[in-house]
Design a protein around this ligand. Structure first.
Ligand SMILES: NC(=O)c1ccc[n+]([C@@H]2O[C@H](COP(=O)([O-])OP(=O)(O)OC[C@H]3O[C@@H](n4cnc5c(N)ncnc54)[C@H](OP(=O)(O)O)[C@@H]3O)[C@@H](O)[C@H]2O)c1
Length: 281
């Protein structure tokens, strides 16, 4: 019998996760393993999770809009998932369902500690991925964080989230006249908004004059692999980390949870790139 894994979300049609995981399975000689994308609507979530074992799934990834909602149907949560308040990977064991947040682990792997330690960072966007970045940067030793958002309400929620986790922070709107000055004080800038994502590839979350050298830029957007933000930062002498690195790193961690061994990140990356090219055609 095949060992089944999947991604649940709505929509899932444009996901490259099946490309990445099936490539990792083939590369690892796991020919009887299969990963599929399953569109699960909000009203179907409870039923899917409760029947996941019965349907033969050994694990599944979770994407928008279920990363928070799925938590109430699980038996256990890993420390990072508990702290972020969101799950992107579920282990289906014989006696329990356990949720993980591999975005946090991935960010900790792709941002070198020397950049984060005792420094300040700016996170653009205040959604789920921004929270994962806040926890990861805190764990890497980042002393101060600046959260940049477009709405008072979600900015304040992010502020409460950070306060409860002991993170020293400042809240700023994208339109604030202090943005330039505050960005001048940070060493790391993380884009956790969808701005710049295909098909709106001319979008950039910051005015170009605010993108400077001497900083590390992580753009979580992975389609295109090099966004306008990263291209500008690279040309100006900044250090850049792409969303594809994060996508592969979080998938590597999910694979390790399910299989107990490390997959080939190169095989996963090649497959993701191939999948992305297919969607852009
Ligand atoms: N590479 C990876 O492995 C990886 C992993 C996770 C997420 N991501 C990417 O990260 C991005 C954020 O994901 P998420 O799960 O955090 O989504 P989310 O929970 O929906 O949060 C998105 C955030 O971006 C803000 N935003 C949206 N459009 C904006 C705009 N035009 N200008 C300024 N801010 C804007 C939203 O503002 P409001 O608060 O005002 O709504 C919100 O704060 C997505 O592109 C996602 O694909 C990548």
């Amino acid at each position: 019998m095949r060992a089944l894994y999947c991604l649940i979300g709505d929509p899932v049609e444009h996901s490259v996760s099946p490309h990445m995981f099936n490539a990792a399975f083939r590369h690892g000689g796991l020919d009887d393993h299969l990963y599929v994308a399953v569109r699960v609507g909000r009203r179907e979530l409870k039923s899917f999770v409760e029947h996941s074992r019965l349907m033969g799934f050994k694990g599944f990834n979770v994407t928008i809009p279920h990363k928070v909602a799925v938590m109430e149907f699980l038996d256990r949560l890993d420390g990072e998932a508990e702290e972020v308040g969101a799950v992107n990977t579920v282990e289906v064991a014989s006696r329990y369902l356990k949720g993980y947040n591999t975005d946090v682990i991935a960010i900790k792997k792709i941002i070198p500690r020397r950049w984060a330690e005792d420094s300040a960072a700016a996170i653009l966007g205040v959604g789920g991925a921004a929270r994962a970045a806040a926890i990861a940067l805190r764990d890497l030793g980042c002393a101060r964080q600046v959260y940049v958002g477009r709405r008072e309400k979600t900015l304040r929620e992010m502020g409460r989230f950070a306060s409860m986790r002991g993170i020293e922070h400042t809240l700023l709107k994208f339109t604030s006249k202090d943005l330039d000055k505050k960005l001048g004080e940070v060493k790391i800038v993380v884009n956790a908004t969808p701005v710049g994502m295909y098909p709106n590839t001319r979008g950039c979350p910051l005015p170009r004059e605010m993108i400077s050298s001497g900083k590390l830029y992580l753009d979580m957007v992975y389609n295109p692999p090099e966004t306008l933000l990263l291209r500008t930062a690279r040309k100006r002498g900044g250090v850049v980390v792409g969303g594809l690195d994060m996508l592969v790193a979080q998938a590597v961690e999910a694979f390790k949870i399910w299989m107990g061994r490390r997959p080939s990140p190169d095989a996963m990356r090649r497959a993701a790139l191939k999948g992305l090219r297919g969607f852009r055609r």
